[in-house]
Structure formats: structure tokens, C-alpha cells
Ligand binder design. Sequence first.
Ligand code: FE2
Ligand code: FE2
Length: 269
Amino acid sequence: MSDLHIELTRGWDLPAGDARPQFDVMIMAGDLTPRMERGVAWLIDRVPSDRQVIYCMGNHEAYGEDIDRTLEKAKAAAAGTHVHALENETVRIGNVTFVVCALWTDFALFGDQRREMAIAAERMNDFKKIRTDRYAQRFRPSHALARHRRSRAFLEAELRKDRPGPLVIVTHHACRRPELRLSDPPKPDELLSAAYYSDLTDLMVPAPDDGRDALRPADLWVFGHTHQSFDRVIGQTRLVSNAKGYGPWPPGEKTWENQDFNEKLIIEI
Ligand SMILES: [Fe+2]
Ligand SMILES: [Fe+2]
């Protein structure tokens, strides 16, 4: 699951006790809460210590924080527990390899990167509420793009490594083209989806050994950020998004943003 946004949730919690579904590993694909260390504490409180949690940071994890500092605090809070707070890192549980990164985006969906970045800078809170460089600078689309490039290279390198069993990628940002019909000329709102999606479908089909070993696509790719549900195979990879989104909010509201969210979704691998 992803995008629980507990900062904008009242009167809902993870299914507990008899209502908790059977699982070995919980995937939390970002936007659990601002300040990732708080997300770690929230998970340690709720998820029994005989299960494991893969926790990928979303953009909101860094709100009100320095993006690297909150990750460091999260890692310190998670050390020695069953929660794994990961960024550009791989963890193996049983024979399953989990490859984790926030991902960000390449701002290249529509072929006008400069404009897509300018619109994101103007309209996304990410570029107002996140600090970088030890709090010295505001996080900008160019920082997001640099992080995306690093993460894309990381994912590709991991897909070219030997592995003993299935591989699961966990990212916060989306990895495929959205279904969108653009106006002509495109409206800024439409171009803003370049801050949500990048087309990484070339990582979902096998590629031969070009001197860097053959690329074998992931079995499963879990992502979030769009606050929509998605479950479809592209190439050889099953893509799944199971985001709650905001709410119930304000207090007293009964429901959450994505009506298709399944708080008990289980994936067998
Ligand atoms: Fe979100
Ligand atoms: Fe997000």
C-alpha cells in the first residue's frame, strides 16, 4: 500500500488483530507521513515484529525536512527493527529481492523538459516544502531530476545482477505513461503529470547482455504517488498501485480519496 497520508487521516487505521490479513512482508510505497522517522515509529507501533516492512520514501516524507536528513533519522529509528527504511537500496527476504527508491521523475513525458520542470516548480509543494544540501537550499526540480537519474541507473544495474528468485521493485513515483489525452496546446495541469510519471517501460522487457549482463525485468513493481489504483502487466512486470490518498479528512468524514484502495491487498509472489 501507499499514500496513507496519516497527517490528513482521522478515524482510520491499519487493520489489526483478527482483521489483519496474513502476510510476510508489508510494502509501504511512500507518502505515509511527513518526516520519515515518524513513519518508521508509526510502523513499528503497528506491524508485528515477526513481519517485515519495506518502507520507501515518498515526496511527502521530506516535507518540512532536509531530504537526506529525514532519511538518516528514519534509518536510525529503524535500525535493529523489522522496518527497512530504504533509498537506492536492495534487501533480500527469503529468496525475494526488494529494490527500493523514491524514483522522482525525469520531467520528460511530453518532450519539453524545461517547461515541465518550470510548471512543477511553480505548482508542486515539493519545491516549496523540502530542503536539501543540509537544509542550505530549497529542493528544486533539478534536484529531483538528478535523483531520478541516479535511481534509474540503480534500478537498471540491479535488474542486470544475478538473483536467486523473484525481484520486486518498490518506488513512490509512477513508472509508466499515464493514459492522458492532451489538449492542443497542452494545459499546465496536464503537463504537471510529468512530476508524477516517467516512462520506464523499457525496464519491463528483457534486454540482452551488452557487456553489462542481460537485463531481466522485475516480477512486480509497486508504486504510489498518483492516489489511484492500478494492477496490470506491462512487458514482463506486474505493476501495482494501491494508494489510500488523503482522508478520512476533515475529522468526521467517513471515507478516503481513492475508493478503490484495498487495505487488505495481498500479493503472492
Ligand atoms: Fe501521496
Ligand atoms: Fe507522492
